[in-house]
Design a binder for this molecule. Structure first.
Ligand code: AMP
Ligand code: ZN
Length: 466
């Protein structure tokens, strides 16, 4: 059975069949680097990372591209505020983006192309659009002529007449049609610029994704993804600019991620309910934040709360405890069959990347594995290995939520992995009834401000609140 996926373009759940057997080419719109990315952006980036990892788990060779928008009004505004070059702002935050991605367990894309490295190719594309009648120049700006592309509106379902009526309010009289959009913007005094056939200027935002995706993935590829807010105008415009020249579908499957709200309100700086990924990762391990995201299917909106994160931490600790115990329990005779769980996991996640259903299977498995481990017979060494490998493949490689997936922003690893190891050693010590040594470890940890609690399903730990 193939994977099914909801395609925004057709508004249907479809069987996913890549253009080339066994290979998936995927593009996700990346960040505009004028600030640290927030936990809303992080949801989009993490879920996209999980889709890529899942496709790899299902045997596809995935080529994954995510751009970095490093020239934009917001970057220029920030550079003026700070009296530094726009490139300094974008370099700083592009580096921070990659650091924060690593810290939250997002694997780097195969390519992270940057807009400013591709201005030549962007100019060439715009010139071809002009030459073929799909774009026109106007006082140093270049606009896409939406009336020249009959498919305009097919992704968002918007009608050109409505768009024209809506756009009239802020009509730029220099445009032929109020719905036309900029491909090239003439440079205002003090702004960064590149030479072009239309004078000094810079590319518009939409055109960079068209050019960079086609450059790395070809004129037609399998998956194009991004947050819900990008359906219109960004992705609609990408389709128009690309397909007007190539006459083939830019992407076959369009995937859009639901938005993240905070305490049921839209996240915004002015409301003060705004968190960067950096801030959250100082308080919670990456695996907790990822687990929190994964508990909701990628298309649904997600409400971010402190309680939700705390509950995620507690829930995930059960899995971490099992994972540690599986590597440290004494040899026994009990078995635990992985096959049915793996089949159920695949069936669940094949259904439009339903990560909550996938997690439910992992937790059902954990319940059985725990029962066998803590039974008087214990679990055989081979079964322990098979269970541990199953978790590594699913919870680890696909979801990135095992202790080994936690790294700090500086990449030095973090206390969570170590704690799981210590608790694993202590579980072994307890299984061998070495109570004095088990107490010694617990008391020693307490002195370091770490409280260990022994429960039925194993031990958990938390930092003592001061
Ligand atoms: P930006 O840096 O604003 O271009 O956004 C980068 C990516 O994050 C885009 O795919 C956006 O659609 C996505 N995004 C922005 N805000 C949110 C949010 N609150 N929830 C989920 N995704 C978001
Ligand atoms: Zn884009």
């Amino acid at each position: 059975m193939p994977i099914t996926v909801y395609n925004t373009l057709t508004r249907k759940l479809e069987s996913f069949r890549p253009m080339v057997d066994g290979e998936v080419r995927m593009y996700t719109c990346g960040p505009t680097v004028y600030d640290y990315f927030h936990i809303g952006n992080a949801r989009t980036f993490v879920m996209s990372d999980v889709i890529r990892r899942y496709l790899q788990y299902r045997g596809y060779h995935v080529t994954y591209v995510m751009n970095i928008t490093d020239i934009d009004d917001r970057i220029i505004a920030r550079s003026i505020e700070r009296s530094v070059a726009a490139s300094q702002v974008s370099d700083e935050y592009a580096a921070a983006f990659l650091e924060d991605c690593a810290a939250i367990g997002i694997r780097p894309a195969d390519v992270h192309p940057r807009a400013t490295d591709n201005v030549g190719a962007i100019i060439t594309h715009i010139q071809s659009l002009i030459d073929t009648g799909s774009a026109y120049e106007c006082e140093g700006d270049v606009y896409f002529r939406v009336s020249a592309f009959p498919g305009y509106g097919k992704l968002s379902g918007k009608k050109l007449e409505d768009l024209i009526a809506g756009a009239r309010v802020e009509a730029d009289t220099r445009k032929e049609n109020p719905a036309d959009f900029a491909l090239w913007k003439t440079a205002k005094p003090g702004e960064p610029w590149w030479d072009s056939p239309w004078g000094k200027g810079r590319p518009g935002w939409h055109i960079e994704c068209s050019v960079m995706s086609m450059q790395h993935l070809g004129p037609s590829f399998d998956i194009h993804a991004g947050g819900n807010d990008l359906i219109f105008p960004h992705h609609e415009n990408e389709i128009a600019q690309s397909e007007a020249l190539t006459h083939v579908p830019l992407a076959h499957t369009w995937i859009h991620f639901g938005f993240l709200n905070i305490d049921n309100e839209k996240m915004s700086k002015s409301l003060g309910n705004f968190f960067t990924t950096r801030e959250i990762l100082q308080k919670y391990p990456a695996t907790t934040v990822r687990f929190f995201y994964l508990q909701t299917q990628y298309r649904s909106p997600l409400n971010f709360t402190q309680e939700g994160l705390d509950a995620a931490r507690t829930g995930l600790a059960r899995l971490h405890t099992l994972y540690a115990a599986l590597r440290n329990a004494p040899d026994g005779s009990g078995e635990c069959a992985i096959g049915p769980y793996e089949e159920r996991f695949i069936e669940a996640v094949d259904n439009d990347f339903n990560t909550p259903a996938g997690l439910a299977v992992i937790f059902d498995f954990a319940r059985e594995a725990n029962a066998v481990l803590h039974d008087a017979e214990g679990m055989s060494r081979e079964a322990q290995q098979a269970c541990s490998d199953f978790l590594t493949r699913t919870a680890g490689d696909v979801f990135g939520i095992l202790p080994s997936d936690d790294v700090t922003a500086d990449g030095s690893g973090d206390v969570h992995g170590l704690m799981e190891l210590i608790l694993g050693i202590r579980a072994k010590v307890r299984a061998e009834k070495q109570w004095a040594l088990a107490d010694y470890i617990r008391d020693g940890l307490k002195e370091l401000g770490i409280v260990v609690e022994d429960g039925k399903g194993g031990s958990t730990w938390k930092k003592e609140t001061p």
